[in-house]
Design a protein around this ligand. Structure first.
Ligand code: AMP
Ligand code: MG
Length: 401
């Protein structure tokens, strides 16, 4: 049986590299960048006025002038005017500094009467005050974003500011999520006492979409080998990635590994030394498609999706791996099986800035409702059985931005 690290490495080694596509920049949120983004111009592109007020020559102020005839008005977007000595230009935030001006006095500190702006007698101006100097943020050609970054709203601003209407990102893989099980009934359909609401499929689709993998479809298949063969076979023809849940354990109706084998999906591993999620199966389809077969128990399915499927899709999209995170246990935990334990937790931080994990014990791997208030799970090492309060453990958030 593979360890969690071996399972992760086997998956990453088998992942393809998704294509690059060019899309409109305003659709790029959540996608993985495949290009560098360089500054189109110096930033700011000109000496930018930071206050509404008047632009003056500091030398005039320094030699005692407090009353300035208003020469003209200049708004943001107007071409820079030329300021005469001893006068002022009424100026707006975002305007380009008039030629000859080197000081802005805020509108709150002047009184305007009959075309004269008079500066408050107690006001102390400084040279170059309220001027955001050209290129003081960065110069033209500076690399502002690098390939491998997931595009955030701030990145959308940068891409737009660099004048790019389009941007290169990783293509979406087409993902088919398959829920297997005779007992499963989707929301909205009548249900009998012995049946179960199908929750894994919608949750897996939601988790992948939350991580920016938008092209996910869902299918439900009953535990019938012939039907599984036909339907999974057709999904293998169409999809770039398959994520199944259920049917991978040792029961009489757990046909998934056998059917996948018959369809030419090469098994990379079956079972990982972890709880939840020990029965997890992974293989590679005839066209090189990754095929994840997650256990059906809802806590297992969600943990395995977050632990293995999300990082694998991110890697294939070319996303730079994020820094590992850690959290400190708030209570003693004992876990006897010789397995890695993924323990769901709520996160709080203390006044010392430490991230604390409050364990949430699920009532078996079927108890997915207890996950509702959790932020992720901590990883407790296979070699250890006792984890006293204060132990620091790797943290996996359900959603890591
Ligand atoms: P299996 O892995 O197919 O043996 O399923 C293990 C347990 O998880 C059973 O109790 C199933 O009813 C439940 N289960 C399997 N698939 C789903 C699903 N899509 N949604 C909710 N529960 C499921
Ligand atoms: Mg089943």
């Amino acid at each position: 049986m593979l360890t969690t690290i071996e399972a992760r490495d086997a998956i990453l080694a088998a992942m393809p590299v998704f294509d690059t596509v060019t899309i409109p920049a305003d659709k790029a949120i959540g996608r993985v960048l495949r290009q560098s983004v360089f500054a189109e111009r110096d930033q700011p592109p000109f000496d930018r006025v930071m206050m509404d007020g008047i632009a003056i020559r500091f030398a005039d102020f320094d030699s005692g002038t407090r009353r300035y005839p208003i020469q003209s008005m200049q708004a943001a977007g107007d071409p820079a005017q030329s300021l005469d000595a001893g006068k002022c230009i009424e100026i707006m935030t975002g305007a380009s500094l008039p030629d000859g001006a080197d000081c802005i006095v805020p509108v709150e500190r002047i009184a305007v009467k009959e075309g004269i702006a008079e500066i408050d007698s107690d006001y102390g101006a400084e040279k170059r005050q309220f001027i955001h100097a050209r290129a003081s943020d960065h110069t033209q050609g500076t690399e502002l974003l690098s390939p491998g970054k997931r595009v955030s709203p701030m990145d959308v601003a940068i891409i737009a500011s660099c004048g790019l209407p389009e941007v290169e990102v990783a293509d979406h893989p087409s993902v088919v999520v398959v829920s297997t099980g005779n007992e499963l009934v989707p929301a909205g359909m009548p249900i009998e006492a012995q049946q179960i609401r199908m929750s894994n499929g919608p949750a897996i689709v939601a988790m992948l979409k939350q991580h920016g993998h938008d092209d996910c479809k869902h299918d439900h298949l009953v535990d019938d080998p012939a039907l599984l063969r036909k339907s999974i076979g057709s999904h293998l023809d169409d999809a770039d990635v398959l994520v199944l849940s259920g049917g991978v354990s040792m029961g009489h109706a757990d046909y998934v590994p056998k059917v996948l084998d018959e369809l030419g999906v090469r098994v990379e591993f079956h079972k990982v030394s972890q709880r939840p999620g020990k029965p997890m199966w992974f293989g590679v389809g005839p066209k090189g498609q990754p095929v994840f077969a997650l256990p059906g128990n809802p806590v297992s399915a969600l943990v395995c999706c977050r632990q293995y499927v999300v990082p694998a899709l991110d890697a294939a999209a070319g996303r730079t791996a994020s820094q590992p995170e850690f959290a400190t246990l708030t209570e003693d935990v004992t876990f006897k099986p010789k397995l890695t334990c993924f323990l769901p937790a709520k996160l709080v931080s203390n006044a010392a800035g430490q991230m604390l994990a409050m364990p949430v014990h699920t009532n078996t791997s079927g108890d997915f409702a207890s996950l509702a208030g959790t932020d992720g799970y901590v990883e407790l090492a296979l070699e250890q059985t006792k984890f006293p309060a204060g132990t620091t453990a790797p943290l996996h958030r359900w959603f890591a931005a």
